[in-house]
Unconditional design. Structure first.
Length: 264
């Protein structure tokens, strides 16, 4: 696959990360294949996860990851052409089968496909419930399924947060490849993937720089750490309640906007 757009985007991202002084702590890069297809299942806590999670593949052999992303961004007048130029895969939630076929086709042609199986960002910084699409794609394309954790990006850019303080650490852990087959129970394998991601998250947090006393004394405390690890992020249950409220408010605004148009 010819790449004209991806290289300059990667160069720009690297330049930005250097300007921010981001310190990368990456473990397990050897688990990424230098050739051939693979599904990379990644946790999701930051708007930067797309750019950050592609770094290990770039470092092992200048490989590019084709990410699956909501089709709405492909319709944006600026981002859309860039996403298509990087050969990312649009996902229409009302017609997801096409995205699945496109991903399997890319995998069979030897591409790395990045998937965020939680679908949306985690406010709890924990691994939320995950969908089994990553497992099914790996099985259909007969390629490895590689779990990956990215931690620290949320401190830079996430829900309602933007902090360009220099010197932040972003830690990544790439786990041992899984090799699901057609004879396996997809839901069972998906449960194993979730368990592995949770284990990798804990390993990543274990080596992540702990919050300073100053950070702990802030009103929000260490909001970027899961509650069970001593942070002040909401629990999974609290985060889900927030999501329900956000979705309700979004639906209300949409309905109000529609009513306003009709009444005008």
């Amino acid at each position: 696959m010819t790449d004209i757009v991806y290289p300059p985007i990667v160069f720009t991202a690297k330049t930005l990360f250097r300007a921010l002084g981001i310190k990368f702590d990456i473990v397990g890069s050897e688990n990424l294949p230098r050739v051939g297809g693979a599904v990379i299942a990644i946790n999701h806590t930051s708007y930067l996860d797309f750019a950050l999670s592609g770094i290990p593949a770039d470092r092992i052999g200048h490989r590019y990851v084709r990410f699956m992303a909501k089709d709405g961004i492909f319709k944006h007048k600026v981002a859309g052409p860039l996403m298509r130029g990087m050969h990312h895969i649009p996902v229409d939630r009302d017609a997801g089968s096409q995205a699945f076929r496109d991903a399997v086709r890319a995998l069979k042609s030897g591409e790395l496909v990045g998937v965020f199986p939680e679908a949306t960002m985690s406010r709890s910084m924990e691994v939320k419930e995950i969908k089994n699409g990553a497992v099914r794609m790996a099985v259909s394309a007969n390629v490895p399924l590689i779990p990956m954790i990215v931690f620290g990006g949320a401190r830079i850019l996430s829900y309602g947060r933007k902090d360009l303080t220099r010197g932040r650490t972003v830690a990544m852990t790439i786990g041992t490849p899984m090799h699901p087959s057609r004879s396996d129970d997809a839901e069972l394998v998906n449960g194993q993937l979730h368990q592995t991601l949770q284990q990798l998250l804990d390993e990543t947090i274990d080596r992540y720089p702990p919050p300073t006393p100053k950070e702990l004394n802030l009103p929000e405390g260490a909001w970027w750490l899961p509650a069970r690890r001593g942070g002040s992020a909401p629990t999974l249950e609290e985060a889900e309640a927030i999501e329900v409220q956000v979705r309700a408010e979004r639906a209300a605004r949409k309905e109000q906007s529609g009513t306003t148009v009709e009444d005008s």
